[in-house]
Design a protein around this ligand. Structure first.
Ligand SMILES: N[C@@H](CCC(=O)N[C@@H](CS)C(=O)NCC(=O)O)C(=O)O
Length: 208
């Protein structure tokens, strides 16, 4: 399998973390979706990474579809409950984490892809408020006295939330989210000690 992606995209990181947790082999192919000669459209009509190219050359997107598929490929570290309410709850955590990443990515894109005079402060502040309310929601929903978002077992919920929090640290280091979100802060400490997070860290990157 090949994964088209970039090193800073949090959605790509979520997929890479899942690959690592499930001990799946793949080749990461770096793709700059903003470059005029990007090949991404050949594989994803939406022009976004991550995009998984499977061994039969079929492609899968977006990150939620990819990680759901990856979870079926190996019984190692099941990340999604098989069915029912628990599965929906895990995917709801992922949806909030992805929404936070979308809002953060959107602010970053606005600030880096548009000249200052054409940036829209109202749009930026709308995205900022989504980030804050997603943080508040996740902190409130985190079960008391439990290590993980859905209880005692690590799941996709934790991996998605970890990627979202870590992306906030990358793009908005001035945002002191830990002050109001103690449980999330503890979760991130635990996740960052896992090989899957350490192997996909942003810290040595030149920011782009
Ligand atoms: N919902 C998508 C979001 C992916 C996404 O927004 N990727 C960004 C990079 S982090 C991208 O490719 N943006 C290019 C564009 O919007 O044209 C997913 O979960 O895969």
């Amino acid at each position: 399998m090949k994964l088209l992606g970039s090193l800073t995209c949090p959605f790509v990181r979520k997929v890479r973390v899942v690959m690592a947790e499930k001990k799946l082999d793949y080749e990461l192919v770096l793709e700059d979706v903003w470059a005029h000669d990007s090949i991404i459209q050949q594989y994803n009509p939406l022009g976004k990474v991550p995009c998984l190219i499977m061994d039969d050359y079929g492609s899968l997107f977006d990150s939620r579809v990819i990680v759901e598929y990856l979870d079926t490929l190996s019984p190692v570290s099941r990340l999604l409950p098989q069915s029912g309410r628990e599965r929906a709850t895990t995917k709801s955590w992922e949806a909030v984490a992805d929404g936070l990443m979308d809002a953060a990515e959107s602010i970053h894109t606005e600030k880096t892809q548009r000249p200052i005079a054409r940036q829209c402060p109202d749009w930026i502040s709308r995205q900022q408020s989504k980030i804050l309310s997603a943080l508040k929601h996740m902190e409130a929903e985190f079960p008391p006295n439990q290590p993980y978002c859905t209880g005692i077992n690590l799941s996709l919920a934790d991996l998605a939330v970890g990627c979202a929090l870590s992306y906030l640290d990358l793009r908005f280091p001035e945002l002191s989210w830990r002050d109001e979100c103690e449980k999330l802060a503890q979760l991130l400490i635990k996740l960052e000690s896992r090989p899957s997070f350490q192997a996909t860290t942003h810290s040595e990157l030149t920011l782009s």
